[in-house]
Design a binder for this molecule. Structure first.
Ligand SMILES: N[C@@H]1[C@@H](O)[C@H](O)[C@@H](COP(=O)(O)O)O[C@@H]1O
Length: 236
């Protein structure tokens, strides 16, 4: 893993953007995108740039089951608001949280990923080490699947809802196997609350207990950290 430590998430967003731009300049056409607060500064830098995605494809990692695309906490809505309204792609795929037939949605989304191999995948990091919504214990061989969210993720994401009871209990998520097929991965993690997960991801063993640790087995991963999230690394 190529680890870059910057001062804060603003600088991290700029570094993330530079990696996007370099991939774009080298001919990347399919971008795997993430939600959460972490990638926002990178999306802001993309929006401020003159990069044109009108011939490109985006594929998002995950979506809550049961939320309509126009629900303010859906990941569809998040992407529209932070990126797609200002930088439209030719095709933007996000799992369909309203598809009650999980098998159908999993097959549909796996086909989309197979048809559009991801050149650059951006990832955030859950406090428990999850990537996408691949919670601890997830089988790394899974493709897109339906996930029951852990209590820790529900609590961490409750800040976006009126209260924790409103956080959906399930999500559709790209699997670890799908993520690992991306040619290049950019993971960003900012803030002290991510420091334990960051340390385990980089310095711990590869284990299903910390899903992001599988990234140690991928040959092209860049990790951008700020001073808080890097604070427990031993090599600093
Ligand atoms: N499914 C998303 C993840 O993709 C994201 O990485 C994580 C961290 O969120 P944040 O970036 O807000 O800390 O939150 C959610 O659980």
């Amino acid at each position: 893993m190529n680890v870059i430590v910057v001062k804060d998430r603003q600088e991290g967003g700029q570094r993330g953007y530079q990696i996007f731009q370099a991939a774009y300049d080298k001919g990347a056409t399919v971008f795997g995108l993430a939600t959460g607060s972490t990638p926002v500064t990178t999306y802001d830098a993309i929006v401020a740039s003159d990069l044109d995605f009108s011939q490109m494809t985006s594929i998002n990692l995950d979506e809550y089951v049961g939320l309509a695309p126009d629900h303010e906490q859906s990941y569809h809505y998040f992407m529209q608001h932070h990126l797609f309204n200002k930088k439209p792609f030719a095709h933007s795929y996000v799992p369909n949280g309203l598809n009650a037939d999980a098998e159908d949605e999993m097959a549909r989304y796996n086909q989309i990923i197979a048809d559009n191999p991801i050149d650059l995948q951006i990832l955030g990091l859950g406090q428990n080490g999850h990537i996408g919504f691949n919670e601890p214990g997830t089988d790394p061989k899974l493709g897109t699947h339906k996930v029951e969210l852990t209590e820790s993720t529900i609590q961490a994401n409750a800040r976006f809802f009126d209260n924790a009871d409103e956080v959906p209990r399930y999500a559709y998520s790209m699997g670890i196997a799908s993520i690992m097929k991306s040619h290049q991965i950019l993971l960003e993690a900012f803030g002290e609350e991510k420091a334990d997960a960051v340390k385990a991801m980089i310095e711990g063993p590869v284990t299903p207990d910390l899903p992001a640790s599988y990234l140690q087995d991928h040959g092209n991963v860049t990790v951008i950290l700020d001073e808080g999230s890097a604070s427990k690394l031993s090599f600093k």
